[in-house]
Design a protein around this ligand. Sequence first.
Ligand SMILES: [Zn+2]
Length: 147
Amino acid sequence: MFEWFGRVSFCSHTKVTDFACHLRAGRLVASRCVACGHLAYPPRADCPACLSEDFTYHEISGRGTVHTYTRIDAAPAGFETLSPYVIGVVDLAETGRLLAWFGPSIPESEIAVGMPVQVVPRLFEEIEEIRVYYSLERPEAPGAGAV
Ligand SMILES: [Zn+2]
């Protein structure tokens, strides 16, 4: 299941393998520690607050704000045909940060640090080896958060 992230640098099975299943189903999830309630994104199999190994998945809203962003003109191997594209780091409303592509609902000219965005799990159709990713969309964009 983790092969949905790509075939390089990922273990095929970990304690948080189901994270990929949730993404594939369009759900963005964090881990919630059963012992102390700590919410972590990306999901952590071992609680960073109390070290408990007992956790459940908790769906989060995907709402966040742009922390920073950059335009990629010289894309890494495998992404050459997709450049130029813009990626951003997002501070999630509930907890944590993630890196994602800006989707078609946000033109590059409108991207700004601090702008609200909606993180939407997607299935990659352009690159066979990578099947799940996120895109950043306007919070009010049709389909945002409802994949
Ligand atoms: Zn804990």
